[in-house]
Design a protein around this ligand. Sequence first.
Ligand code: ZN
Length: 90
Amino acid sequence: MIQQNPVLRVCISCRKTYDRKDLLKITKDYKQGIMLQKGMGRSAYICKSKKCYSDSKIKKKLQKALKTFLEPEFVEIFEKEITSYNNNPH
Ligand SMILES: [Zn+2]
């Protein structure tokens, strides 16, 4: 019997460990810039708890984790994405 271990990642906001599937991945793609749930490059993870993604410091934390500057529009896209993610459990 093969048992698959979940891939665990830490939320950059609450620092709790979650299954990769339950986190939103933000990647600084080396070609295309910031991407959600895809891309290759430095990545940060955030859990779907409202407390985390609506944290006023989340942008700063992301910038630090990704070592990049995030456009103000990014936060808007990111919030939309995570909200729709929460509304579509799969
Ligand atoms: Zn969190």
